[in-house]
Design a protein around this ligand. Structure first.
Ligand SMILES: Nc1ncnc2c1ncn2[C@@H]1O[C@H](COP(=O)(O)OP(=O)(O)OP(=O)(O)O)[C@@H](O)[C@H]1O
Length: 328
């Protein structure tokens, strides 16, 4: 649904040259929620703004729902952009317009008639749980309610794609969860494809099907979360299940076992201890529900060297678990 291919963008201001995006490629499948995570200055905003050409790349192509935006003339680009809704960190609502007026804005610009606009705005406000606030002004709303208006405004024109630029960064944790749940509901109910940027792993954990890690303007890793979890050395997987640095335990083998799907429910550690007569110590564990499934990472110390523990480690791997030796 969204294809970004070899996109680069360099800013020049004063004597400073910043390569904000360097040969970035991303594929977002129809109907998925794709999260781009990175630290401040990594290039997230530039990337999401490049997807609807608010920021035109210096090179590379951006295709959304079959339209290669980077190849379109201005009038065609305006039409193609109607398939893309966007929500912003600071909501960007017009203070002088009511909630309904804000939601109707995009429809007004493209010439939808008054009654139709009103009906559509009320329908969408109902969807985001704000039907009782249609006549209120932004100043009378909480942050979470303002973001619901932002989402309603983005959805009013029936887009196929929703871009979310740090939509929950200005909200407290509980409101963040409710907004993320709303984004998930919209994704499920309307089949909307969502591309979001965030600096918070919790956002990725809660709603994303796929994720990419961006650093210094480059994508260093991307994929479906379920695949990343079982990829040895995946940095995203490590950040999803943080266990910290592995301790050095002379005489022991320290392993991280990543569980996902069915293996999360099996008494793996007890079995290991029983089958091999091992005195297993649990050093840490991080368990999450990702995409509705339990997944996680457990750090264990097994007595003896890695060579001496080859059989139990192989046994775990043959059961479909990812086992990484992280210390000895
Ligand atoms: N209009 C601009 N002019 C000059 N430099 C810019 C411009 N926009 C972004 N940059 C620079 O490009 C780099 C990437 O910025 P960007 O805003 O995309 O990062 P980000 O990951 O979204 O960061 P944050 O999370 O802090 O918003 C930064 O070094 C930034 O200073």
């Amino acid at each position: 649904m969204i294809s970004v291919q070899h996109v680069s963008k360099t800013f020049r201001s004063g004597g400073t040259v910043t390569a904000a995006l360097q040969d970035v490629s991303l594929e977002v499948a129809e109907g998925e929620i794709f999260g781009v995570i990175g630290q401040s200055g990594a290039g997230k905003s530039t990337l999401i703004r490049a997807v609807n050409l608010l920021e035109r790349p210096d090179s590379g192509t951006v295709t959304v729902d079959g339209d290669e935006l980077t190849a379109l003339a201005p009038a065609e680009l305006r039409r193609a952009r109607r398939k893309i809704g966007m929500v912003f960190q600071h909501f960007n609502l017009l203070a002088g317009r009511t909630v309904r007026g804000n939601v109707e804005l995009g429809l007004e610009i493209i010439g939808v008639d008054g009654e139709q606009r009103r009906r559509r705005a009320l329908e969408i406000l109902d969807l985001v749980g704000l039907d009782d606030k249609a006549g209120a002004y932004p100043a009378e709303l909480s942050g979470g309610q303002k973001q619901r208006v932002g989402i309603a405004r983005a959805l009013a024109g029936n887009p196929k794609v929703l871009l979310s630029d740090e939509a929950t960064s200005a909200l407290d944790p509980e409101t963040t969860r409710s907004i993320l749940d709303l984004v998930k509901k919209i994704n499920t109910d309307l089949g909307l494809t969502v591309l979001l940027i965030t600096h918070e792993m919790d956002v990725v954990k809660r709603i994303c099907d796929s994720a990419a890690l961006i650093e210094g303007g480059r994508i260093v890793e991307q994929g479906r979360i379920v695949s990343l979890i079982s990829t040895a050395g995946s940095r995203l997987a490590h950040e999803l299940f943080p266990l910290g640095d592995a301790p050095s335990l002379p005489g022991d083998t320290v392993i991280d076992i990543t569980f996902s799907g069915g293996s999360a429910d099996r008494p793996v550690i007890a079995q290991l201890a029983r089958t091999y007569g091992l005195d297993v110590s649990i050093l840490g564990a991080a368990i999450e529900t990702i995409g509705g499934n339990q997944a996680g990472r457990t750090r264990l110390a097994l007595p003896g060297s890695p060579a001496g523990n080859a059989r139990p480690i192989e046994d775990l791997r043959s059961q479909g678990m990812l086992v990484e030796i992280v210390g000895e």
